[in-house]
Each structure stands twice: as structure tokens, then as C-alpha cells.
Design a protein around this ligand. Structure first.
Ligand SMILES: [Zn+2]
Length: 323
């Protein structure tokens, strides 16, 4: 269509009405001012995985962030990865896993309970064309707020109203124990309270699994304690393909895949977490397994390459436009 002077003026008038105030910039397309939906889909054999970003927390990099490495070395590793050495973006990526017979969400994101820049999981689930009511299982890796907060909406109702919630027994035993809560340092009380807010009202309906079992058909649990007492990774298997869902075995890969001996401040038993991290890292590097990491940069899936005896690197998957 060739625009006449009349239609241009009418169009400009509509823009003024829509935006509320006339502006010289009205002729240009306004900036979106926000990110587009954070959704990425991939397959594991016949299983369809949808990665959903819940958001990001930008964290000041202080001396206590990595407990056993000098701050300058930590900042050096961030500079090497072209990340602001003072402000580390820690993203949250959960998975919706469609096995054909079941629709499982693994971890739930923050539920908007932590950073104001997080809490986008349900919006992204909808953008991915998945109805939260169709989710039949919510599988949890561990009880930190960024993994369980999204079990409920802010008003307390269930985000996945038809889903059975399935959790590691060792997490339940630790976090639901009032004696542990009263012994915990003041800084950890909030974490215990969040666990109670999320799980207490549905305690009798939560299914708990123990050890290296198969909590959901096609998904096996790999106990990886240390980050928390019952921290669990998962292996999704379909045909000859598999995906390791390793939750928080490592936090940001630029720091902790590269240096598996470094202890992030969130690890509750840093020595055990390091042992598990090195074991898992050796396994996925040797067997060339694909790994999804909850705090890896979106879409939070790729491989871990071992460069030499001491050096590992995360190699992210490249965006695949066709399944
Ligand atoms: Zn986490």
C-alpha cells in the first residue's frame, strides 16, 4: 500500500492516542524495553525438553562468594568469560519434560520470591504453549528457594494444580526438621521458613523418593549431596540418548566448571560438594554427555569438555532452529 499524506496523519494520530502523549519519537518503533520469551526446546531421544528461564539475579562479586579462592582470581575468571567482574548474572532455568506419557517440570524457579528480575517461569511456560494445568509431576532437586519457590503462586495457590510433587527424602528430612531449623544460623532461617510455606500445607501429598531410584518413569535420580544434604541430579534416558540434569552441582560455569575445586558460598558442605562436582564433571566429560545446569547461561544446556588434566570448560549448545 502506498501511504497517502492523509493515512500517515491518521496513523500518527492513532499512535498519539495509544501512547497517551505526543512525542517526536512517535514516528519510530518504540523500544520493547524488556526481553522476549525465554524458551528453548530440544529433544532427548523421544523426549521433548523445554527449557524455561525464570529470570536472573545480579550478584555483587565479593570476597566471600568463592570461599577458597582469592577475589582477584575469581574476577580474572569472569574477565576471561567477558562477564562484568563485579556483577555476576546468575540465571534460573527450569525444564518441562514431555516423555509422551507424562509432563514433568523439574524445579520451579523462584515464584517471584527472590529477585525482582525473576519469577517469569509461568509466563514463559505459557509462551511455550504449555498449560500449567497439564503438568502432572513437579520433580524437585533440592529445597533452595530458587528451585521450590515456584511451586506456589504469590497468593499461595498451587502453580501446577494437577501435579504430584516429588522430592528427595533426604531434603525433606533435613529442611522439615524443626531441630535443624532451631540450630541453623540466623541467615538460614528464611530458607527453612520458605520450605515450610511451600510444603507444609500439602505435606501429606508430597511423594518422597530415596537414593538412586527412578522417581518418574524414564528419569533416574543421582544423589549429589553437598550443595544441600539431599541435593539430587537426574538422568533422563530415551533410547540411546540421555541428558544429565545436574541442578546446582556447579553454579556459574565460568567459575565452577572451569575450577571444580572452588567452593561457592551456597554449598552447605563444600568438601562433599566438591567431591560430587569432580565426580560428575569427570563422568560427563569422559562419556560426552549433555548436561542441563540450572544456573548455566540460557538455554542452560551443553557439554563439558576436559581440555587437559586440570582444565574443564562448558561448551553451550548452539541454538537449533529445527527439532
Ligand atoms: Zn540454585
Amino acid at each position: 500500500m502506498i501511504m497517502s499524506r492523509r493515512t500517515v496523519i491518521a496513523g500518527a494520530g492513532a499512535a498519539v492516542t495509544a501512547l497517551g502523549a505526543p512525542s517526536l519519537a512517535g514516528a519510530a518503533t518504540p523500544a520493547a524495553g524488556r526481553q522476549s520469551p525465554g524458551v528453548y526446546r530440544y529433544t532427548v531421544g523421544n523426549v521433548e525438553v523445554t527449557a524455561l528461564i525464570d529470570g536472573v539475579a545480579r550478584r555483587q562479586v565479593t570476597a566471600d562468594f568463592v570461599r577458597n579462592a582469592p577475589l582477584e582470581e575469581v574476577k580474572g575468571a569472569l574477565r576471561d568469560a567477558f562477564i562484568d567482574p563485579n556483577l555476576l548474572p546468575i540465571t534460573y532455568t527450569l525444564l518441562a519434560v514431555n516423555t509422551g506419557s507424562r509432563l514433568i517440570v523439574i524445579d520451579t524457579g523462584t515464584g517471584g520470591r527472590t529477585a525482582p528480575t525473576a519469577g517469569q517461569a509461568l509466563e514463559n511456560l505459557a509462551a511455550a504453549g504449555i498449560d500449567a494445568r497439564a503438568v502432572d509431576t513437579v520433580l524437585i532437586s533440592h529445597f533452595h528457594a530458587d528451585h521450590i519457590g515456584g511451586v506456589r503462586l504469590k497468593d499461595g495457590s498451587l502453580a501446577f494444580p494437577n501435579a504430584e510433587v516429588v522430592v528427595p527424602e533426604a531434603e525433606w528430612a533435613f529442611w522439615m526438621d524443626d531441630a535443624q531449623m532451631s540450630r541453623a544460623p540466623e541467615a538460614m532461617r528464611g530458607a527453612f521458613q520458605t520450605v515450610r510455606d511451600v510444603f507444609q500445607p500439602m505435606a501429606k501429598d508430597v511423594r518422597r523418593f530415596k537414593g538412586a531410584t527412578e522417581p518418574v518413569p524414564g528419569i533416574t535420580a543421582i544423589p549429589t549431596p553437598g550443595h544441600t544434604p539431599g541435593h539430587t541430579s537426574f538422568r533422563i534416558t530415551s533410547g540411546s540418548d540421555q541428558l544429565i540434569v545436574w541442578s546446582d552441582v556447579t553454579n556459574h560455569p565460568a567459575l565452577f566448571v572451569r575450577n571444580p575445586g572452588w567452593h561457592v558460598m551456597f554449598d552447605m558442605d563444600p568438601t562433599e560438594a566438591e567431591t560430587q562436582r569432580k565426580r560428575m564433571q569427570d563422568m560427563v566429560a569422559t562419556d560426552r554427555l549433555r548436561v542441563a545446569g540450572f544456573h548455566f547461561p540460557f538455554p542452560a544446556v551443553g557439554h563439558i569438555a576436559q581440555r587437559n588434566a586440570r582444565e574443564f570448560a562448558f561448551v553451550p549448545d548452539v541454538w537449533n532452529p529445527a527439532l
